[in-house]
Design a binder for this molecule. Structure first.
Ligand code: SF4
Length: 500
């Protein structure tokens, strides 16, 4: 059956969450660095983008809008923002709907006169106690301009009585539960904080001094690919439970919470992060190639050709071909220019389904027993269409090999997946899934295989969407993506400006 609607947005994987960037470089304009840093993080969020910037001691200005980085931010925006310090954000909504009000950075101000605090904040992750914190703040008379949990963090920091912003951040961190790789700025500092489990990545970079008279310039980014693009050296990651602050005194750190355990998201290795980003010093392209090699060892199949689902299966397909000795080719050509459009395909094009994005090559696949490699399956609609397109193009057999275990549980830490019931692997055996997808065979990489490819122990990671082992108590009781829309609706309208 053909799909009732065609998403031209992205493939049907779990949705990336958000990307954050921050830079402190006195004496230099940094909004353009933030722009290019965010461009490198575009894969982490395509719904909205924004930058907040300030010259030291001056008011913070923010530009943000719906769309990709180069749609949301114009050249005039970057020129008018200028700034010696800046933060930026790309968003895919995980709490709150895709609306302008929920785009980031969030800007808040609190207090008055000499006690006035002004800040902007960008957040990657999800709070599992957002509803409780939101209710407590509203009870104190704090109002909100958005329905995202990120504004809760901004409101808590803005209204904290501590004189120094780094102390306010340190006071707020223990009140937050969930995932928060966060960058924020006051009028003269840029800060980063990471939740005690270290669920989402957050790297620290150093830009080379322009000459011997200028101080070191530092930056933060969700992934190291954003450091590479602006010529920054990866110093280290923000540690779980740490607040790092950049100011006139250089880089300072407060270890607010000593983590009992780490739980870095294993899906960042498999899918979310860009292949040229590095975790633990290794590029993910290499790790994903290893996943394909191990998958070939665990689940070999008699076949003629290995093809990837582009681009998500590229690295693992190369690894599978290497380890199996089978030849590899491209079975599809992907249209790279049709990612986001508001133009509906209409009935005539709708019947071609996924072909608008992926066009199979009969000259390559016809008559072949194919191994088709991808990195994950959530609902399975796209995968079923891929199998059907390959058969229509003349493939003799279609064997699916997936470089991750079956996804059976929702994520509460900043990834928007389907509900449990929508997941094709929920309450189904692998042969049952293969039958639904129309494949001749299906095999997934084991969880042990994932950790072998990563080369790090399971105890330091979260793999709850595969295993159901959530690293944080109470995660499964967390409210859904639109939980904060209800109090806002009850309270009436979205205020035009917020100053608590
Ligand atoms: S549940 Fe899955 S996607 Fe979410 S943080 Fe854990 S491993 Fe990552």
């Amino acid at each position: 059956m053909l799909p009732s609607s065609i998403s031209l947005d992205a493939r049907e994987g779990p949705r990336d969450e958000c990307g954050v960037f921050g830079v402190y470089a006195p004496g230099h304009e940094v909004s353009n660095l933030a722009f290019f840093g965010l461009s490198a993080l575009q894969h982490r969020g395509q719904e909205s983008a924004g930058i907040a910037a300030a010259d030291r001691g001056r008011h913070i200005m923010t530009r943000r809008d719906l769309g990709l980085v180069n749609q949301a931010l114009t050249a005039n925006d970057i020129i008018s923002l200028g700034g010696e310090l800046a933060i930026g954000h790309v968003r895919y909504s995980t709490t709150g709907s895709n609306a302008w009000e929920n785009s980031q950075p969030v800007q808040r101000a609190a207090g008055s006169g000499g006690n006035r605090r002004e800040l902007a904040l960008a957040h990657n992750g999800n709070l599992i106690n957002a509803v409780e914190l939101h209710a407590a703040l509203r009870a104190r008379g704090v109002s909100f301009a958005s329905t995202s949990d990120s504004e809760i963090i901004a409101a808590l920091i803005a209204t904290d009585p501590a004189e120094r912003i780094e102390d306010a951040v340190a006071t707020v961190m223990p009140q937050l539960q969930g995932a928060f790789s966060t960058v924020l700025m006051s009028k003269d500092r840029v800060l980063a904080m990471r939740d005690p489990l270290g669920l989402r990545p957050l790297a620290i970079g150093m830009l080379a001094p322009l000459d011997e008279h200028t101080p070191a310039r530092y930056c933060f980014a969700s992934e190291t690919c954003a450091l590479d693009i602006i010529g920054a050296e990866h110093l280290r990651d923000v540690r779980p439970g740490e607040v790092v602050s950049l100011g006139e005194d250089g880089l300072t750190s407060i270890q607010v919470i000593e983590p009992e355990r780490e739980a870095f998201c294993v899906f960042e290795y498999i899918y979310f992060a860009r292949p040229d980003s590095r975790f633990e010093g290794t590029a993910l392209q290499v790790v994903r190639g290893r996943m394909g090699e191990i998958l070939a060892r665990e689940s070999p199949v008699a076949a003629d050709l290995v093809i990837p689902v582009p681009d998500s299966g590229n690295a693992a397909a190369r690894g599978f071909a290497r380890a199996s000795g089978l030849p590899q080719d491209d079975g599809f050509v992907k249209n790279r220019y049709i990612q986001r459009t508001f133009i509906q395909p209409g009935q005539e094009l709708r019947k071609h389904g996924l072909r608008i994005k992926f066009n199979p090559l009969p000259e390559v696949v016809s008559g072949k027993r194919l191994v088709v490699v991808d990195d994950s399956i959530v609902r399975g609609n796209t995968t079923a269409q891929i199998v059907r397109m390959l058969r229509d193009a003349g493939a003799a057999e279609v064997h699916l090999r997936i470089s991750a275990p079956p996804i059976k549980h929702p994520c509460h830490y900043g990834i928007d997946m389907s509900t449990r019931e929508e997941m094709i692997a929920h309450a189904r055996t692998v042969p049952e899934i293969a039958a639904r997808l129309g494949a001749d065979s299906l095999a997934y990489l084991s969880l042990d295989g994932v950790y072998e490819a990563i080369g790090a122990p399971r105890e330091r990671h979260c793999d709850a969407c595969f295993s159901g082992d959530y690293p944080l108590a109470g995660s499964e009781d967390a409210s859904g993506k639109y939980a904060l829309e209800l109090p806002l609706a009850a309270g009436g309208r979205i205020p035009a400006a917020v100053a608590d």
